[in-house]
Design a protein around this ligand. Structure first.
Ligand SMILES: NC(=O)c1ccc[n+]([C@@H]2O[C@H](COP(=O)([O-])OP(=O)(O)OC[C@H]3O[C@@H](n4cnc5c(N)ncnc54)[C@H](OP(=O)(O)O)[C@@H]3O)[C@@H](O)[C@H]2O)c1
Length: 310
């Protein structure tokens, strides 16, 4: 079997960069990677990480998921427009009280996280259908399964992504096309830095004092603790993405951080929706000490899981 052509979006940093490099460095040389970014001036980090694979199993192309022409141009530049695997990764975050987000910034986020995926799929799906083969891998989030306080817009964009993919997956099966959603929990990337920086400078004057206080004094410290305790590296997510891609029967959804499974499974345990709502309310507003102790235990478990087995 020849090398499989993979296109990854959003490779200037974080998970996209790590996935592109991991696939390009595959020991069995199974992939030819088209690592894309909207601004190729930002290629230095990827070039450094790609090392010797640059120009061999990894090429850098320009692609802006918010621009149909840019996606088409990139796809047209591939020999026969042939693509075996699409990794739709480009995305952005947003936290804060809904009243403080402008409609324009909410639309921008959807334009990237949801419509970016729509544009990509519209471009690659017809070719994959004709060839009756392909795999579409989408970087979703645990927040596409279980929403979280002050992440309203981001979670909504990932729910939209999940809804689109779940619906498309059935049709895709008929054409032998696989679809997979990768659902990371917190990952230590630029994403985290950008959302916290924005949150700290956010104008909270459009919301009431109580909400502003909850966001600043409860949510932000809580969220930062979750990231520092449970955050995975982009390389861990990339390794799991590689394993998903090469598996004989790739799962439709894959959560990269097992410590999150109890959180997301609450949703399915109670169809009325009360269980996750009550649990999150109590964790954040009533039992923050219990939560801090649990985080400590989870951090310990995470470290144990990471220790190499002898
Ligand atoms: N980090 C987390 O905690 C986490 C958790 C779950 C899911 N995710 C998801 O993982 C994906 C990657 O995030 P990350 O953590 O790696 O964040 P990141 O380091 O900020 O990377 C995001 C990437 O998306 C790119 N991008 C943004 N808008 C784009 C556009 N219009 N066209 C093309 N590329 C665009 C960025 O390019 P620029 O450098 O040009 O902005 C950057 O390369 C996202 O879909 C995110 O929702 C992240």
């Amino acid at each position: 079997m020849g090398m499989r052509q993979v296109l990854v979006t959003g490779c200037s940093s974080g998970i996209g960069l790590a996935v592109a490099v991991r696939l390009a460095k595959d020991e069995l040389k199974r992939f030819k990677v088209v690592a894309t970014m909207r601004d190729v001036e930002k290629r230095a980090a990827l070039e450094a990480a790609a090392g010797e694979t640059l120009g061999r199993s990894l090429e850098i192309h320009k692609l802006d998921v918010c621009c149909e022409d840019s996606i088409r141009e990139c796809e047209n530049s591939l020999p026969d427009r042939h693509l075996d695997i699409l990794v739709s990764n480009a995305g952005m975050g947003m936290i804060g009280p809904l009243e403080c987000q402008s409609l324009t910034s909410i639309q921008n986020l959807f334009n990237t996280n949801f419509f970016g995926l729509v544009r990509l799929v519209k471009e690659v799906l017809p070719d994959m259908k004709r060839r009756r083969s392909g795999h579409i891998v989408v970087m979703s989030s645990v927040m596409g399964v279980q929403e979280l306080l002050f992440n309203d817009v981001y979670a909504a964009s990932k729910f939209a992504v999940e809804g689109l993919c779940k619906s498309l997956a059935v049709q895709a099966m008929n054409f032998n096309i696989k679809m997979s959603l990768v659902e990371p929990g917190p990952v230590l990337t630029e994403f985290e830095r950008k959302v916290y920086e924005e949150a700290k400078n956010m104008d909270l004057s459009e919301t009431d004092d109580e909400t502003a206080r909850i966001f600043r004094e409860l949510y932000l410290p809580y969220s930062e603790k979750v990231f520092s305790s449970l955050g995975q590296s982009p390389e861990e997510v990339a390794e799991q993405t590689l394993q998903l891609i090469v598996s004989k029967d790739p799962p439709f959804r894959h959560q990269t951080n097992h410590l999150y499974t109890p959180m997301t499974s609450m949703k399915h345990a109670d169809p009325t929706g009360h269980l996750p709502l009550d649990a999150f309310y109590k964790i954040i507003f009533q039992h923050d000490r219990v939560f801090n102790v649990s985080l400590g235990i989870m951090r310990f478990l995470q470290r144990r899981m990471r220790k190499p087995k002898v």
